[in-house]
Each structure stands twice: as C-alpha cells, then as structure tokens.
Write a protein that binds this ligand. Structure first.
Ligand SMILES: Nc1nc2c(c(=O)[nH]1)N[C@H]1C(S)=C(S)[C@@H](COP(=O)(O)OP(=O)(O)OC[C@H]3O[C@@H](n4cnc5c(=O)[nH]c(N)nc54)[C@H](O)[C@@H]3O)O[C@H]1N2
Ligand SMILES: Nc1nc2c(c(=O)[nH]1)N[C@H]1C(S)=C(S)[C@@H](COP(=O)(O)OP(=O)(O)OC[C@H]3O[C@@H](n4cnc5c(=O)[nH]c(N)nc54)[C@H](O)[C@@H]3O)O[C@H]1N2
Ligand code: SF4
Ligand SMILES: [Mo]
Length: 675
C-alpha cells in the first residue's frame, strides 16, 4: 500500500474543501484535537463560504466517528440484507473480489460485471481514475450515470455546449430573478445572501415551484405549476416574446440557429392552453411573460426540480432558450444560471483506457438490469459512491435484485448504508477529511485541492488505492498506472494547465479560464462547434422520441391521481448523513386533498400505487399545491415504518432527453391508516 503523510496529533485548525454533491463547494475550517475532528465550520477566505456552512456538514464528524462507520472489510455471514458480517483482512477481501471478477469474466464475459457508482464525494479523484482503468480493462458493463442532471445536461449541451453560466456574485446585478424548479434555501444556501442583496437593490423575484417554499412566500410572483408541465409554461413565454415584439431578432440572427423552429413549436401554446396543462391562471402566465419581456438584466436560475419527469429535458431546453429569444444575454446579471461544472474545461484526459463497447446499463433501471437482464446476466455488482437501495427508482425491484443469492455484491462505503446491508463483501472507504480530492463547485466557479486533515479512521482506504490494488490483483495492471491516491492526484495535477496545478499545490484557488464571474455572450460563448446557441438542435431533435419541445400528458390515473415529488431536504445530501437521527419524515399534503380523504394532520397514511406502498405521518399544509404531495429524497429505509420510501413508488421510466430519472412522475393514492 502506498505510504501517505502522517498527520500530527496536536490541536490545530486546518482548511478542507467540502466535496459533497452541493453546488457551493465550501472551504471548511476544521478543528482537529489529538488527531480527531472536533468542529467543522466555514472558512472566511472563500468569499462564497464567507465563514458559514450548512448544519449538515457542521455535524459531519458525527458520521466520521459514528456507530455506522465502516472500520474494516467484512464478509457476509447471514441472509442478504440482514446485516450480519464478519471482519476480514483487506488482503483476503480484495483477493476474494479479484477472484470473483476474473471468474465471472472468464465464465460469461466482462459484461457480467456491473460497476454501480454516482457522485460519492463528487471530486475528481474519487471516481474516473483507477476505478475506470479496472472496469474498462475488465470489459465490464458500462453505466450511464443518469440519476441526476442528465436531462438538464443534455439540453444545456445541445443548446449551449454547457457554456459557463451566471455565478452567485452577479445576482445582485439582476433586475429580475426567476428561480425555476430550484430551492436554494435548502439546496445551495450560499446563494441566499446574494438573493437578499439583489432584492434590497430592487430586483423582482419570481419562483416557479409546485411547493410554496419559504422563498416562494417571499417572492413577488409565485407560480405553482403541476409537476412536469414547465415545458408548456416556458413555451407560452416564448410565444409571448415572439408575438409581442419581445424577441430579439438581431441576436437570434447573429448568435443562434433553429429559432424559427422553436417559434413554430411555441406558437400553439397560448396562455389559455398552457393554463389548462399547468393548472395556472392564464392571466398569471401572461403577467409573468410580460415581466420577463420587459426586464433587463433578467436572470433565470434553472434548477433540477423541473427535470425529474417525462418532460424534463424539453422543459430545461425551453427554459434555457428563453434568454436567447428574449435578448437577455450580454449584460452582467442577465442570462441563465445552471451547473457550472464544465466551466473549467477539464476533460479527464487521465482516463487513458478506451471505453469498451460493452453493454450500457442506465442506472435508473438498475433493478431491471439485475432481475431481467438484456443479454448476459449480471453476476458481480460493485457499488461505490452511491446508495442505490434508497436513491434509485423502483426501489422494490432494486431490492429484489440485491437479494439475488447468485449475485456477488461488493459495497465500498463509508457507513453501513441500506445498500451495504446486502453486500457479500463490504469495504470501508475514507471520507473527504481523510483523503485528497479535487473539488469543483457547480454554482460558483471554484476549484480546490482537498487534503487529509486526519488519518484514516479504522482501516478505511481511499477509492484510488483500492481500485489500483484490485487492478494489480486481477492481473490487469500496467507499468505506468498510478499506485494509489497520492499518485493519482499527482497524475491529475500533471495534466491540468501548469498555473492551475501550481495554484492548487500552493493551496490557492486557481483562476477559472474565463474568470469567476463570466458574462454570457461577452466573456463566454456557446461551446458548440459554430459558437452559436442551438435553439432547436437538429441532431437532438431527431434523437428525441417525440422531437424537441414535445409535451407528454400527465401519467395520473383515476386510481392514482396525486403527483408525488421528492425534493432535497436540509437533513441530508441525497442519502448521505441519513444514518443520523431525524424526526419522523412526513408526507406533505394540501388541505383539500387531505379533507377529501379524511386525513388530518399527524395521521398515519398509506401512500401507494401499482409499484409499491409506503407508510408515514401526514402533514396537512397549503405549502404544496392541490393534487401534489411531497416527501423528501434521500430518506433511509431503516428510518421509516415499513422500509419503503418514495422511490418504492417511482417508475423506472426515462425522461424525454438524456435518459434521466422520472422521480416526480410517481402518481399515487393516499389513504388514512390511523389517527
Ligand atoms: N440540503 C441539500 N442540498 C442539496 C442536495 C440535498 O440532497 N440536500 N442535493 C444536491 C443535489 S444532488 C442536487 S441535484 C441539487 C438539487 O437541487 P434543486 O435544483 O433545488 O432540486 P430539487 O430539490 O430536486 O427541486 C427543487 C424544487 O423544484 C420543485 N419541483 C419539483 N417538481 C417540479 C416541477 O415539475 N417543476 C418545477 N418548476 N418545480 C418542481 C420542488 O418542489 C423543489 O422545491 O441540490 C443539491 N443540494
Ligand atoms: N426520490 C428521489 N430520489 C432521488 C432524487 C429525487 O429527486 N427523488 N434525486 C437524485 C439525485 S439528485 C441524486 S444526485 C442521486 C444521488 O444518489 P447517490 O449517488 O446514491 O447519493 P448518496 O445517497 O448521497 O450516496 C453517495 C454515497 O457515496 C458514499 N461515498 C462518499 N464518498 C465516497 C468515497 O470517497 N468512496 C466511496 N467508496 N464511497 C463514498 C457516501 O457514503 C454515500 O453513501 O439521488 C437521486 N435520488
Ligand atoms: S454541503 Fe454545501 S453548504 Fe454544506 S458545507 Fe458542503 S458545500 Fe457548503
Ligand atoms: Mo443530484
């Protein structure tokens, strides 16, 4: 094993970077006493963090030293899911895994192996390094990492080549701010002071969300559409722009393609028709369209809430193309804000192995892949950086897959998650406080080098070490491979532009290629081949089953009429930290929907459809629109009465663009169980 530098056991405050799947990428100030983390707070030097962090990461050390922390490798000794394990050594665990990988590959081919991973610590080092080398050389099934941002990413890629977007610091320059399917009060809290400043300077705030979030309550205009109908709303605004003279024809001619087709497809979306579909008032739609047409700088923050349904990709596309049609680019505080991950232009050139032409498994259909394989059955499942038992659609089918006696499952994790309970072998992973990483913000455009601030807890090891070792043990290593984490880190730094790498090594934040506050169409342009915005990209239009800007009707039925949505909560990051105690998680239901079902606040209810059923307390509140119920994402199975969470009700259907998850297309019925 590679040697890592030791950490002095004295008391000190050191800086770290938060790599969790959150746009803000805070710089942390971590107090370490006697080699243990005792306090975590925000650092002052990072202007976005500005000395404060969320309550979740403030208590991250409870996870690091908590009862659920995995301290050593272990093998299963009971039934799958029972959580009975026996400690073993790293050598034995890794030899066993290497043997299973080679055996399975020899028997039915590499496609019988499925690596299942998502963001995990979300940094550049914890995925797509030695793990990619191992699985590519094995010829394993490939994974489409589509659980999040696939539809918005596909829309942004086709329209703008993922051009850098407006960053937090420029919100105060906007006169109109539209928060569209995004809830930064929970999901990116460091935007809040900038929103407050913008409002103090007179900016108008519009929130588009089926829930009346605290931000929606403060907004000048709150539109609460039916989930999954944003494409209709956005097309109605496009229509208004084209018909009322609000379209910037000079900009469209010079900087875009496909705008005529967009105009044509928007033309049918009168306010009345959009009102029918969205459940909004036609007058309110027109008011919003007029407000957008007349405001400048006007900024739309396009979130992820609107992508998690059958129309999610087209919704994101219709929203993202509004600033092009409305002529909102070219001024500070104008344009759109979305994920800024691509702004650094980092291409992961260190992934040298060619991707095999093996089977591609969409992770949103993991349950199906494990139980009804298309081709060679999956015999070895290697889970890392994700918690599929609770975060993926069609939970019952995922669990059925994990229960398969003939499936050899490895779970490489920091804590004993609901997924790890089903492992044949569990491997303990380091947390970001115990290892290196390169942390990219996706709200602000920041890049930081995270360093270990404590030694590894127990026998935990970093991903890059473990996958490098497995590559050796399977006989697939190459001489030039990184030997482990530190080596992989040095390799990555060596492939970044020299100044960027130098700044990172010196513990400084490098300057982004186009500055940290780029103005769209001034400092940055679409990263498409012709540097134009493609408002109705021809290739994507052909690829999309129903074409671009199509609207698919609501999947509700008489038996299952309510839309169940599952937004981010302030308790967890996805399911990370879900092992910590929390009050019973409630289903939010509107008073009208509750009354018609005889449900009172605090009652225990069944929430069900053809896929499954969950049981939980109801919270009757008008903070959610009629016809929609809400239950947070990331809840653990063991934290709820019968072990089924909202994902037990989510179909594994895919979005119109990008093969994304349709979490918010769950349609359910609610019935009272007891008072
Ligand atoms: N505290 C915390 N922060 C997080 C996370 C977390 O789990 N916890 N997760 C991180 C990750 S991975 C992500 S992807 C981001 C997500 O962050 P956000 O973009 O904020 O996404 P969501 O919370 O899924 O949904 C945002 C809002 O969209 C609304 N919504 C739901 N359906 C629709 C719809 O059809 N149309 C419209 N207009 N609105 C809709 C929801 O009610 C919700 O208030 O947050 C990141 N930050
Ligand atoms: N119902 C519903 N479900 C959803 C969503 C929704 O809106 N509704 N949203 C989805 C979204 S936005 C996302 S992004 C996905 C995320 O889904 P997941 O990727 O499953 O996210 P987490 O549950 O946070 O799981 C990350 C896991 O990686 C582990 N980990 C962290 N760092 C490391 C590391 O360095 N090494 C190893 N080996 N493990 C590590 C953590 O301990 C944690 O258990 O969930 C989705 N699930
Ligand atoms: S989760 Fe987000 S807000 Fe919390 S510390 Fe990390 S980056 Fe900051
Ligand atoms: Mo996400």
């Amino acid at each position: 094993m590679p040697v890592r530098p030791g950490i002095a056991p004295t008391s000190s405050t050191v800086e770290a970077a938060c790599p969790l799947d959150c746009p803000d990428a805070c710089t942390l100030s971590v107090t370490v006493r006697g080699g243990r983390v005792t306090e975590i707070d925000g650092a002052r030097g990072n202007e976005i963090t500005n000395g404060y962090i969320c309550a979740k990461v403030r208590k991250f050390h409870q996870r690091v030293y908590g009862d659920d922390r995995l301290l050593y490798p272990a093998v299963r000794r009971g039934a799958k899911g029972a959580g009975k394990f026996e400690r073993t050594s790293w050598d034995e665990a890794l030899s066993l895994i290497a043997a299973k990988l080679n055996e399975s590959r020899a028997r039915t081919g590499g496609a019988s192996i499925l690596p299942l991973s998502y963001g995990g610590s979300n940094g550049l080092l914890t995925q797509d390094t030695t793990d990619a080398a191992l699985f590519r050389r094995l010829g394993a099934s490939r994974l489409a990492r589509t659980v999040c941002a696939a539809p918005t990413g596909a829309a942004n890629q086709a329209a703008y080549g993922k051009m850098a977007s407006v960053t937090y610091q420029d919100y105060p320059d906007a006169r109109l701010i539209v928060l569209w399917g995004v809830n930064p009060g929970v999901s990116g809290i460091h935007l809040m002071p900038y929103l407050k400043e913008a409002r103090a300077k007179g900016a108008t705030l519009v929130v588009i969300d089926p829930r009346t979030t605290p931000l929606a309550r403060q907004a000048d205009l709150h539109l609460a559409p039916r989930p999954g109908t944003d494409v209709a709303l956005a097309l109605a605004v496009h229509r208004h722009l084209f018909e009322s003279g609000g379209a910037d024809l000079a900009f469209l001619a010079e900087h875009t393609t496909g705008w005529e087709r967009l105009r044509e497809r928007a033309s049918a979306w009168t306010p009345a028709r959009a009102a029918e579909v969205t459940g909004l008032d036609a007058g309110v739609i027109t008011r919003f369209a007029e407000l957008y047409a007349e405001s400048r700088p006007a900024l739309i923050n396009c979130g992820w809430g609107l992508e998690r349904n059958r129309n999610g990709g087209n919704a994101a596309l219709a929203v993202l193309t509004l600033p092009a049609v409305g002529g909102k680019f070219g001024v500070r505080g104008g344009g759109y804000a979305m994920s800024n991950t691509a702004s650094w232009g980092i291409e992961k050139t260190w992934m040298r192995d060619q991707e095999p032409a093996s089977r591609l498994v969409n992770m949103n259909q993991t349950g199906r892949a494990l139980t009804e394989p298309d081709g060679v059955p999956i015999d070895v499942l290697f889970v890392y950086n994700c918690n599929p038992a609770v975060t993926l659609p069609d939970q019952a089918r995922v669990i059925k897959g994990l229960e398969r006696e003939d499936l050899f499952t490895v779970v490489f994790e920091q804590v004993m998650t609901d997924t790890a309970l089903y492992a044949d072998v569990v491997l303990p992973a380091t947390t970001f406080l115990e290892g290196y990483d390169l942390v990219r913000g996706y709200g602000p455009i920041t890049l930081q080098l995270g360093r270990p601030v404590i030694d590894q807890v127990g026998e935990a090891r970093p991903n890059a070490d473990v996958f490098a070792e497995l590559t050796r043990l399977t006989g697939l290593a190459h001489d030039e491979d990184p030997q482990g984490e530190l080596d992989a880190m040095i390799g990555i730094l060596g492939e970044l532009p020299a100044q960027m790498a130098e700044d990172l090594r010196a513990g400084q934040m490098p300057a982004p290629p186009n500055g940290s506050r780029p103005v769209q169409f001034v400092d940055v342009f679409p990263r498409t081949p012709d540097r134009k915005a493609h408002l109705c990209d021809e290739a994507l239009d052909r690829e999309a089953p129903l074409g671009l800007y199509a609207f698919q009707p609501d999947p509700a039925t008489e038996a299952h009429p309510l839309a169940l949505i599952s937004p981010a909560s302030d308790r967890t990051i996805n399911s990370t930290l879900g092992e910590l105690p929390r009050p019973a998680v409630r289903l939010e239901i509107h008073p009208e929907d509750a009354a018609s079902r005889g449900v009172h606040d605090g009652d225990t209810v069944r929430v069900f459809n053809a896929l499954g059923e969950m049981v939980c307390p109801a919270h009757v509140t008008d903070h959610v629109r009629p016809g929609t119920v809400s239950y947070p994402k990331g809840v653990w199975r063991r934290a709820v009465t019968r072990g089924w969470t909202s994902n037990a009700l989510v179909p594994d259907t895919l979005t119109d663009l990008g093969g994304g998850a349709c979490f918010n297309d769950a349609r359910v019925q609610v019935a009272r169980v007891s008072r």
